[in-house]
Design a protein around this ligand. Structure first.
Ligand SMILES: NC(=O)c1ccc[n+]([C@@H]2O[C@H](COP(=O)([O-])OP(=O)(O)OC[C@H]3O[C@@H](n4cnc5c(N)ncnc54)[C@H](OP(=O)(O)O)[C@@H]3O)[C@@H](O)[C@H]2O)c1
Length: 279
């Protein structure tokens, strides 16, 4: 059955890889982000790939899916919709809810991948460092906590009952810090939210979990701030000697969102090649 899957941050990185997986399974995917261009590019590229290869797990293989969805040749009922919204604002979350309610009437899977380290985007100023500290902490709270909490609360009543799935995206930084504390702290705040929401939605047959990735390459997360030496350190901390890729996280999200994962809830699943235990 084609599911309705809402993915914040779906235009790039981990969100995009997740969208590809669900679309390949024939789901109707709604991508949310602030910038229209990456959302549209991703939607077009997914639709084009499905049209060429059909549904299935291997985007490069000759999939067997035939279209009942939006573009001719698309995989088994898949459809990709985009919604431009700033999810750190209540108005943005409300807008997504209105569009989803109007177009689909329900949400089967909600993946909260929107986020980032607000400290990366702000140039060091010459003002009072205390102001910069406040800016980073508030920025990370907005970017990582409000984006997830506001969208989830906005869509809460639309979640399929039973069978709905909510997945939040935390970080290894929640366990071991991120340099200045503010990013890791904002991700750690998602953990008690995951537990409380799982308790509240459990009776409706809805699961709520989080994935906590380690270093993931091929995303916009680091905004060109990742020095080669730092990257070598991060890879060196893994126990399998490689960087994560968006698909590593996407496949874990897919597992948590699967109908057969109904007894897995209130969990934080780390996806980091063992780096949290690494040196
Ligand atoms: N890459 C890593 O190493 C890593 C490690 C651990 C955890 N994570 C987490 O994984 C998640 C996905 O990040 P990524 O690595 O895939 O990086 P990314 O490519 O930068 O993806 C983040 C996405 O979130 C969207 N976004 C950010 N703020 C938003 C807002 N206020 N409203 C709506 N959308 C917003 C961005 O789109 P717009 O800018 O267009 O809004 C972007 O598409 C994030 O929560 C990140 O903290 C990443």
């Amino acid at each position: 059955m084609s599911r309705v899957v809402v993915i914040s941050g779906g235009g790039t990185g981990i969100g995009r890889a997740t969208a590809e997986l669900f679309a390949r399974a024939g789901d109707r995917v709604v991508l949310v982000g602030r910038r229209a261009d990456p959302l549209k590019r991703t939607a077009d590229e997914i639709t084009e790939t499905l049209a060429r290869h059909g549904a299935g797990d291997d985007p490069h293989g000759a999939g067997a899916g035939t279209s009942t969805g939006s573009g001719a040749g698309a995989g088994a009922g898949a459809e990709v919709t985009t919604v431009v919204a700033d999810l750190s604002e209540t108005a943005g979350a409300r807008h997504v809810r209105d569009v989803v309610r109007e177009q689909f009437g329900r949400v089967d899977v909600l993946v909260n991948s929107a986020g980032g380290n607000a400290a990366f985007g702000s140039p060091a100023g010459d003002g009072d460092p205390l102001d910069e500290t406040a800016e980073h902490w508030l920025g990370n709270f907005r970017s990582n906590v409000l984006t997830a909490v506001l969208l989830t609360e906005a869509l809460r009543d639309l979640l399929a009952s039973p069978g709905g799935r909510v997945v939040l995206v935390s970080s290894i930084a929640a366990y071991r810090g991120s340099g200045s504390g503010s990013y890791g702290a904002s991700k750690a705040a998602l953990h008690p939210y995951t537990y409380d929401l799982a308790a509240a939605l459990g009776p409706r047959g809805i699961t709520v979990n989080a994935v906590a990735p380690g270093y993931v390459a091929d995303t916009e997360f680091f905004r060109d701030t990742l020095a080669p030496e730092r990257e070598r350190t991060l890879v060196g901390q893994t126990l399998n000697g490689r960087a994560g890729v968006p698909d590593d996280v996407a496949r874990t999200v897919r597992w948590l969102a699967a109908p057969e994962s109904s007894h897995v809830t209130a969990q934080i699943v780390q996806v980091n090649g063992g780096a949290e235990r690494g040196r």
